[in-house]
Write a protein that binds this ligand. Structure first.
Ligand code: GCW
Length: 708
């Protein structure tokens, strides 16, 4: 017979086992994406054994140069929380000399004032006799190092194998929010704005801390809180007070705040009748405004400006140049901050080629901008299309600091319902040799990268679970543009979903192909801007009669009975001439170029043949079909992993893939129906005709479903 104590012990054991099984299941059920890639899912097997060989402790330096710094505290908290979650054991926090008395512990030590490490966020992680040291010259380096360590462990690396030294490649790693003060978000597909101006500054939601922490985990160090289509109201004292509350909350996470500034603010809210940058009263108004902001926020980052673009006011309204406008603001900020001036301009008065306009306007201004001005240039010369060649301004303005602007939110890539991992797209641009002796990644080194945020009030932050990967990849690339898209997909998938190798391999492969799939069913072979005007979601290649030429998809595809594509060779708009000769040569000959850019640069007859003998028309149809098949393939891959991750997030993604599959078909069918209405060509053998008539697709209006 079992004795009483033994029975109690057995029962206790059984209860513990039950808890061990039930608790993770309960946590899994609670997964809703809020924790992003910072889930620190419990380790198993050898990785767990390695981490739990000795009790773990985190030690923060006391009596060092920075005794009680909020950034170091954030780093220590993160380590404690992360290590406890990964190891399934409570990790202790030690101060000062405690460590010496706990010889049995493995200790992660934070040394945050080590002058041998570079400033600016660099860190080094080294094995030590007691465990592991994170070394940095400043607290923020310790925070970045802590996140880096936790990332490595989350991916399944052994504590005893981790050692690395990193420094951010770019000084500026920024998110640009296109959030309006009324809570709406321009081109936002993840709910409404996360900034609650109504309750600020009295109330700061925990959300704002979670947001800063997520940004810090990937190295983001600047946030523009409002839309570039800016309201001058954001510069009023009441908004400065609100911004100050955010700045104070984010400072420990290494994030500086910036504002989009409306160029006409001296008129809109300043009581002046002009905003002419050469008017001394205007310059004085901006100087006073800057002083007022710096009094509240001593590390305010500066202004982002969209000027004389899409109806926004600017120096051009007074016959002044972009440099005149930017320099006046730069003077107001002085060495305290930076003016980030956007190069996204185009005008309805120049019908020749929108892709050339920013180059024509800005390239001659090289060398004329003040030292604290940065020119922010979109990745491609038109507007965040699924594929564009790199912008010709990269590398072409050696005496100007130029920053790359990417769009994380998927305005032209199916919003948040279509799965498209954008790291391959950004890598395509970063790795491109400009022909001026530098790659794009090298050309932007003195400035950095900005990403138009995809973050909103949705519980999962980004509108879809997979769109979190784009936020993640953006930050990581701005930290280190040499990271491969594959590595980014793998590390994100391991942290966000499951570190099981079969899962990571399949899902990262799926992610890597996803953007090409979208480009195939929306804008294959270098076509661009075929989305319906306004919302940019569904297909509308047939729109040709909008008042401004460059609003029309027809302007971009130039298709007719004979052929399709935009001629940017010397015989056409000659946009090729904006590139350095070596770069232009890559795209000059349709027979010998990367076909993914073909119709961006060339107008070709439908029966033009590729070197392998297939006609342009056949290939175009094949690309559409490959896009649709690609989505079906993604659905299969995802379905194959059901049960390996939490059911709720799995189902969310499966639902979205279903939508994407249907809408890929819509894109393909509507586009083919339209091209056929122009070229009257039969479909290649074995190809399915569009399900419905062109008239049907033309009559659809968003958000009406494409038809089942
Ligand atoms: O892509 C276009 C968008 C506009 C946006 C503009 C810009 C903020 O359609 O919504 O305005 O670019 O980048 O300024």
């Amino acid at each position: 017979m079992m004795r009483g104590r033994e029975l109690v012990n057995r029962m206790l054991q059984a209860l513990l086992v039950l808890l061990a099984v039930a608790l993770p299941a309960a946590t899994a059920r609670a997964e809703d994406g809020y924790r992003l890639w910072l889930r620190y899912a419990p380790l198993e097997g050898p990785a767990l054994a390695d981490l739990t060989r000795r009790p773990l402790a985190v030690q923060i330096p006391v009596g060092g140069a920075i005794p009680d710094n909020p950034t170091i505290r954030a780093a220590a908290d993160e380590l404690q929380k992360g290590l406890s979650s990964l190891s399934g054991r409570q990790v202790s926090l030690m101060k000062g000399h405690d460590a010496e008395t706990r010889a049995d512990h493995a200790i992660i030590r934070l040394h945050c004032a080590r002058s041998e490490i570079a400033a600016g966020g660099a860190f080094s992680i080294r094995q030590s006799s007691r465990g592991l040291d994170i070394l940095a010259s400043e607290p923020i380096g310790c925070l970045y190092g802590s996140f880096s360590l936790l990332r490595a462990l989350s991916e399944g690396m052994r504590l005893s194998d981790i050692g690395r030294s990193e420094a951010p490649r770019y000084p500026l790693r920024m998110l640009n929010h296109w959030d309006n003060p009324d809570g709406s978000v321009e081109r936002g597909y993840a709910g409404s704005s996360i900034f609650d101006w109504w309750k600020l500054p009295d109330h700061l939601d925990q959300w704002m801390i979670d947001y800063a922490r997520a940004n810090a985990s990937i190295g983001i160090n600047g946030v523009v809180v409002n839309n570039v289509n800016a309201s001058a109201m954001m510069l009023e004292p009441r908004y400065i007070a609100r911004l100050k509350r955010l700045a104070d909350a984010w400072r420990p996470y290494g994030i500086r705040v910036y504002l989009s500034a409306r160029f006409s603010a001296p008129r809109d809210i300043g009581g002046l009748e002009t905003a002419d940058p050469f008017d001394p009263r205007v310059a004085a108004w901006w100087k006073d405004k800057a002083d007022e902001i710096y009094a509240a926020i001593p590390d305010f980052g500066g202004f982002l400006v969209k000027a004389n673009s899409e109806g926004q006011p600017g120096p051009g309204d007074y016959g002044r140049t972009h440099a005149d406008g930017a320099n006046m603001l730069a003077h107001a900020l002085g060495p305290r901050g930076t003016v980030i001036w956007r190069a996204f301009v185009y005008s309805e008065h120049d019908e020749a080629d929108r892709a050339r306009q920013a180059f024509a306007e800005f390239a001659p201004l090289d060398g004329q901008f003040a030292d604290n001005v940065i020119l922010q240039v979109k990745n491609g010369p038109i507007d965040f299309q699924p594929r564009e060649p790199f912008h010709p301004l990269f590398g072409a303005m050696p005496d100007t600091r130029v920053m790359l602007e990417t769009q994380i939110t998927k305005e032209y890539l199916g919003f948040s319902t279509h799965l498209a991992f954008l790291a391959p797209m950004w890598k395509e641009v970063l790795d491109a040799p400009t022909g001026h002796g530098k790659t794009v990644a090298e050309a932007i080194a003195p400035a950095g990268m900005a990403g138009v945020a995809n973050i909103g009030s949705d519980r999962n932050w980004s509108g879809s679970h997979f769109d979190q990967a784009n936020w993640y990849a953006f930050g990581r690339l701005a930290w280190d543009p040499s990271l491969s898209a594959e590595q980014l997909a793998r590390e994100w998938a391991a942290q966000t979903w499951s570190r099981e190798e079969g899962f990571v391999a399949d899902i990262s492969a799926m992610m890597l192909g996803s953007r090409e799939i979208v480009a195939d069913y929306m804008t294959p072979l270098g076509l661009a801007h075929l989305m319906a005007t306004g919302h940019h979601y569904g297909p509308a290649p047939w729109v040709c009669d909008l008042p401004r030429p460059e609003w029309n998809p027809c302007y971009y595809h130039r298709a007719d009975r004979q052929g399709i594509g935009f001629d940017r060779t010397p015989g056409g708009s000659n946009a090729l001439a904006d590139y350095a000769p070596i770069a232009a040569a890559r795209w000059a000959d349709p027979d010998r170029m990367d076909s993914r850019y073909l119709l961006w640069f060339h107008h070709l007859p439908w029966d033009w043949t590729f070197p392998d003998g297939t006609s342009l028309w056949q290939t175009l149809v094949q690309r559409y079909d490959a896009g649709v098949a690609g989505v079906a393939q993604m659905q299969q891959v995802w379905a194959g992993h059901e049960g390996e991750i939490d059911a709720r997030r799995h189902a969310d993604v499966a639902d979205f893939l279903k939508i994407q599959r249907r809408e890929a078909q819509w894109w393909r069918d509507a586009s083919i129906a339209y091209w056929q209405s122009l070229n009257s060509l039969p479909l290649p053998d074995g190809t399915r005709p569009p399900a419905r008539s062109l008239g049907h697709y033309r009559a659809l209006s968003f958000p009406e479903a494409p038809g089942n």
